[in-house]
Design a protein around this ligand. Structure first.
Ligand SMILES: [Zn+2]
Length: 354
């Protein structure tokens, strides 16, 4: 019995040691723990709803470069239906809403694949340049790209109303340009509103709201798309230009610029500018990278084409000392609460009180 007991102990001990050895080997082969999801920069406006159902992690980085097919624009709300700046029953109540965790919004899928700046942390001080696309109710709820690109007209009206009530002053990119390059003072609490791609709802939905609050904006036009269904016409662009909104270039075809041959790149930059200037009758000096995609070669070409500023999809505030051809912006997603919108702007106002 003694020998049998010793034998069992040896067998058992060998088995445990072997198992431990095997476990050790396995652990060394296990890849490192998956890093936690990349969190957006503090202050990124996240959708208040559907964030779980609409993870932006999986969206291709070219989502912005490939324009969604335009659809019938949502009719703009009547002034009576949209919340106004003095609608005490609307804004204060919505401002009470809790600000959701930034982690809920995951990563900005449309971040450029090619950039010259790695940091997404906003600098201290600077002008917030808000980035919008469609001002519409997303017509296809399951279209994730369309959802984050679409700010409903009612929300846009509430956001512009908030800016008015909170003492912000909207400025064009021309004003931002003069401020950055020449030190020209900006009004108190400056904020630039930019609308990309030249969708028709910039005229039918955004423009009435901007008029109501005596605000301005910059529209980045894809000249090759002008007049197509769902896009602005030259007549509309001319009216907006004459009304004081600024018209900037967003290339001819909204292609991924870092992937173009030099000749095609030059055509996208110069032809779009020349076309806009021919229609408007004045210089066009402000540009926006399609999809936020650029590299040093693209930026050099933008400078050679005569542009003085260029905006990206990189997050942050634009201020003196920034590269004027790589200006950060603050994306406004469809679905965020007014409280989230106000929180980001209030941080910007603290950073740039003048
Ligand atoms: Zn675009």
């Amino acid at each position: 019995m003694g020998r049998l007991a010793v034998g069992w102990v040896l067998i058992l001990g060998t088995g445990i040691a072997g198992a431990a050895l095997a476990l050790g080997i396995w652990l060394r082969r296990v890849p490192p723990a998956i890093p936690p999801p990349i969190r957006p920069p503090v202050g990124t406006i996240a959708p208040r709803s559907q964030s779980a159902a609409l993870p932006r992690v999986g969206l291709p980085s070219t989502a912005m470069a490939a324009l969604p097919s335009p659809t019938t624009p949502t009719p703009s709300p009547s002034p009576a239906a949209a919340p106004g700046p003095n609608s005490a029953s609307t804004i204060p109540q919505r401002l009470v809403g809790a600000i959701s965790s930034p982690a809920a919004s995951a990563v900005d899928s449309t971040a450029p694949r090619v950039t010259v700046h790695a940091s997404a942390v906003p600098r201290s001080g600077g002008v917030p340049i808000l980035m919008y696309h469609y001002i519409r109710v997303n017509p296809i709820p399951r279209d994730r790209a369309g959802y984050i690109l679409s700010v409903p007209p009612r929300d846009f009206a509430a956001q512009m109303g908030y800016l008015s009530e909170a003492g912000f002053h909207t400025v064009t990119m021309a004003q931002v340009r003069d401020h950055l390059l020449h030190g020209t003072p900006l009004p108190p609490r400056p904020v630039a509103v930019t609308l990309d791609d030249g969708y028709e709802d910039a005229y039918t939905a955004a423009w009435p709201v901007l008029q109501r609050f005596h605000q301005t904006a910059t529209l980045y036009i894809v000249t090759g798309f002008v007049g197509r269904p769902g896009y602005l016409t030259w007549e509309q662009i001319g009216r907006l230009d004459r009304a004081g909104l600024e018209i900037g270039s967003h290339t001819v075809h909204h292609l991924s610029l870092p992937h173009l041959a030099p000749a095609a790149l030059q055509t996208e930059l110069t032809t779009s500018r020349q076309t806009l200037e021919a229609h408007l009758g004045h210089p066009v000096l402000d540009f926006c990278y399609p999809g936020g995609e650029f590299n040093q070669q693209v930026e050099d070409a933008v400078a050679a084409a005569g542009y003085a500023t260029a905006t990206t999809t990189r997050y942050g505030l634009a201020g003196p000392g920034d590269d004027p051809l790589a200006l950060p912006r603050i994306r406004v997603f469809g679905g965020e609460s007014l409280a989230q919108f106000a929180a980001v702007l209030s941080r910007a106002a603290t950073a740039h009180p003048q």
